[in-house]
Design a protein around this ligand. Structure first.
Ligand SMILES: *[C@@H]1O[C@H](CO)[C@@H](O)[C@H](O)[C@H]1NC(C)=O
Length: 111
């Protein structure tokens, strides 16, 4: 029979995981249209802070997968310059070129 402390710990961890999942947003950036080519970035954002692509990933993205989340892509580092919102039903996920956003993404944040 597990002690009350163990049950409580498990509950706290489960609640913490739920909060984490609800606040995190996964994104994938691809070098070629239709989510093909090298993957430039694939990670989970934990907050709304700006993420700068590094020099090898900069100005190369041609497609984005937001995994159902809302993101804003930016032309310049530190989330500056032209921007494009991508979320389900909005933005050119499979081909950024259709939104005049091909090979220019330098940073992004979740929205
Ligand atoms: C992306 O996929 C669609 C649907 O399969 C296709 O019509 C289109 O030509 C593809 N675009 C590119 C740039 O490969």
């Amino acid at each position: 029979m597990p002690s009350r402390a163990v049950i409580l710990s498990v509950l706290i961890v489960m609640v913490a995981l739920c909060i984490d999942v609800s606040q995190s947003a996964k994104i994938g950036l691809y070098a070629d249209p239709n989510h093909t080519g090298p993957i430039l970035a694939f990670h989970t954002m934990r907050d709304r802070s700006c993420y700068d692509l590094d020099s090898a990933e900069d100005n190369r993205a041609s497609a984005v997968n937001t995994f159902g989340n809302c993101f804003i892509l930016f032309e310049h580092p530190k989330c500056k310059g032209r921007q494009m919102k991508v979320k389900p039903g909005e933005g050119c996920h499979a081909n950024l070129k259709q939104c005049n956003f091909d090979d220019i993404t330098s940073s992004y944040r979740s929205c």
